[in-house]
Design a protein around this ligand. Structure first.
Ligand SMILES: Nc1ncnc2c1ncn2[C@@H]1O[C@H](COP(=O)(O)OP(=O)(O)O)[C@@H](O)[C@H]1O
Ligand SMILES: [Mg+2]
Length: 185
């Protein structure tokens, strides 16, 4: 599914809808340039899951655990940006936690797929707002601040597990974002 996100608020809503559809054992692979919104998405996801601790871009720590406040699964947040190779990812020994946790890997593409056959891939790119030539001085809707919050999010399910679950998630995203939202797929 492809979603046009128009504001930070909408991105948070999207992450909370996704959170409501996750359960222990799920793996999310987040891809996107620096500043795309991967950590922001994870923060809202963590709020939706009701986990403890501040979710930040880990600087020294590559993987951080956020236990649930209400007996739900722990959120394991991995920033793979600093990982040079797949071996380093296996050194983290995430496999042992994968089953009982919800694991989110930032910059995980091409690296984290080895963890599981079943994963949800979330790719965030800047929306049309990056093209400044599109801006019209006369149009108040082209407020630069708002334009800067535009993103396109592509969510793809991988593996048999998500084959059966993506439809329900797509429907929930449509409902959660409201009738004005652009959700394809
Ligand atoms: N629609 C949006 N979704 C996510 N972040 C947004 C959005 N609009 C603006 N932002 C801002 O963009 C920045 C994204 O940073 P961050 O989440 O750390 O990116 P990444 O983890 O991908 O490097 C934050 O400062 C956030 O407030
Ligand atoms: Mg980040």
């Amino acid at each position: 599914m492809r979603i046009r996100i128009r504001s930070l608020d909408e991105m948070r809503t999207l992450a909370e809808v996704v959170a409501a559809h996750l359960s222990a054992g799920d793996l999310l692979i987040l891809t996107g340039n620096l500043g795309a919104g991967k950590t922001t998405f994870t923060q809202a996801l963590g709020r939706g899951l009701g986990v403890r601790g501040r979710i930040t871009s880990p600087t020294f720590v590559i993987a951080r655990e956020h236990p649930s406040r209400h007996g739900g699964p722990t959120l394991v947040h991995v920033d793979a940006y600093r990982l040079g190779a797949a071996e380093e990812l296996s050194d983290l020994d995430l496999d042992s936690e994968l089953e009982d946790s919800i694991t989110v890997v930032e910059w995980g593409e091409g690296l984290a797929e080895q963890l599981s056959q079943d994963y949800l891939s979330v790719t965030i790119t800047h929306g049309g707002g990056d093209d400044v030539s599109d801006l019209d001085d006369e149009d108040p809707a082209d407020d630069e601040y708002l334009v800067d919050e535009e993103r396109v999010v592509e969510i793809t399910g991988h593996g048999q597990d998500w084959e059966g679950r993506l439809g329900a998630l797509t429907a929930a995203v449509r409902t959660g974002l409201g009738p004005d939202a652009e959700v394809d797929g």
